[in-house]
Design a protein around this ligand. Structure first.
Ligand code: PLP
Length: 384
């Protein structure tokens, strides 16, 4: 199988599967129990918290474990919403036009609860215009949150995130940065980024699904519980999952120490060569976000006159796993909101396919795609 869908989820590295067995046998007890078994589970969580703190460069005391990044994203918005209400303000949020559904839909929810939501547009390259945001803040800096992702899951386009966060900080506007797609691909430092809320997910780097964390930093780092209970300083209720959390910690350590690191310079060269060949072999292929700084593993390409899902089904028949963009929207008939925000027409957006490489990908995988894709695109074009 050729697996080019690492932005949706990354396989567990085979050499770490035995770790899962080991952790399951020592982390079975409730980490809040005071007995020996409970303390063993608690130790697993504490160690993983240290691993996360080292990996994303933040203080361990400011890390909170969640069921994944969707929860962490909702939690960040919820906290900003409640903080504004507590201060007697009508919550006002700035949300980038290319956020993951977990942010975009949470924003819609808080809008239905009275928040004012403004969308920060992106250019055709998928990047927010720093100068426009600066101009906006000069006339209106009365915001309760700026939410911008580090790198986009569909296009791989990276935002000038440090500049954007520092700009917001200058105006004392709390910030939320979804770092899910950046983690493991580019260095992330919570301390240098200086965002109020940063969010992360385990399964995008080879840990299991169902675990993520929220890190808070700086002034205004206020959390309001979304899930109630006594765990995690009464801020996030629910028995923590020691095995899942600990395994995430082990994967973060392994990447940080170079045992599982990927040479992304090589990946970037391979991706660029793939895109050159793609455009040469498939007439009308358009690479989205090509003009911007992008993650080194992501190609998002539109094949005008086709239906992206038709292309994907045919790729799958050839043993190739790719995606039509966000894992959450694939299978739905809605065109990608990320591409629409980048000025793409609906037809082009519906024709787009994402290839995202990762650990274990070789040039041979890309070659296999190049071998079958021209024919698939012309067949699907004929049918569409
Ligand atoms: N944010 C981004 C950018 C993502 O790509 C994803 C994963 O699809 C998420 C958030 C949600 O993460 P999780 O699957 O851990 O809820």
């Amino acid at each position: 199988m050729v697996y080019l869908d690492h932005n949706a989820s990354v396989p567990v590295p085979e050499q770490y599967l035995s770790e899962l067995n080991r952790l399951t046998s020592i982390g079975f007890a409730n980490p809040s129990s005071l007995h020996t078994a409970g303390r063993a589970s608690r130790r697993l969580i504490n160690d993983a918290t240290e691993s996360a703190a080292a990996f994303v460069d933040c203080d361990a005391e400011f890390i909170y474990w969640t069921s994944g990044a969707s929860e962490a994203n909702s939690w960040a918005l919820h906290s900003a919403f409640e903080t504004a209400l507590y201060k007697g303000r009508k919550p006002r949020f700035l949300i980038s036009a290319v956020e993951h559904e977990s942010v975009a839909l949470a924003a819609k929810y808080y809008q239905s609860k009275g928040a004012e939501i403004h969308i920060v547009p992106v250019g055709t390259d998928g990047v927010i215009d720093y100068d426009k945001l600066k101009a906006l803040f000069e006339t209106d800096s009365n915001w309760d949150l700026l939410s911008v992702m580090y790198a986009n899951n569909e296009s791989g386009v990276m935002q000038p995130i440090r500049d954007l966060v520092h700009l917001a900080n200058k105006h004392s506007i709390p910030t939320h940065v979804d770092c899910v797609q950046a983690l493991g691909k580019i260095p992330v430092s919570v301390k240098r980024l200086e965002a109020t809320y940063t969010t992360f997910s385990g399964h995008k780097i080879g840990a299991l699904k169902g675990v993520g964390f929220l890190a808070i930093h700086g002034k205004g780092r206020i959390l309001w519980p979304l899930i109630h209970g006594k765990q995690q300083k009464s801020l996030r209720g629910g028995t923590e999952n020691p095995v899942n959390v600990a395994f995430f910690g082990i994967i973060m350590d392994a990447i940080r120490k170079g045992e599982l690191a990927i040479d992304y310079t090589e990946f970037s060269a391979m991706r660029n060569k793939f895109e050159e060949e793609l455009v040469r072999l498939v007439p009308g292929a358009v690479i989205h976000g090509k003009a911007a700084k992008r993650l080194p593993n992501t190609t998002y390409v539109g094949f005008e006159g086709t239906d992206g899902d038709g292309v994907l089904v045919n790729l799958d028949l050839e043993g190739i796993c790719a995606s039509s963009g966000s894992a959450c929207t694939s299978g739905s008939l809605d065109p990608s909101s990320v591409l629409l925000a980048m000025g793409c027409g609906k037809e082009m957006a519906r024709s787009s396919v994402r290839f995202s490489s990762g650990r274990g990908t070789t040039w041979k995988d890309y070659e296999k795609v190049l071998e079958v894709l021209p024919d698939i695109v012309s067949r699907v074009r004929g049918l569409t």
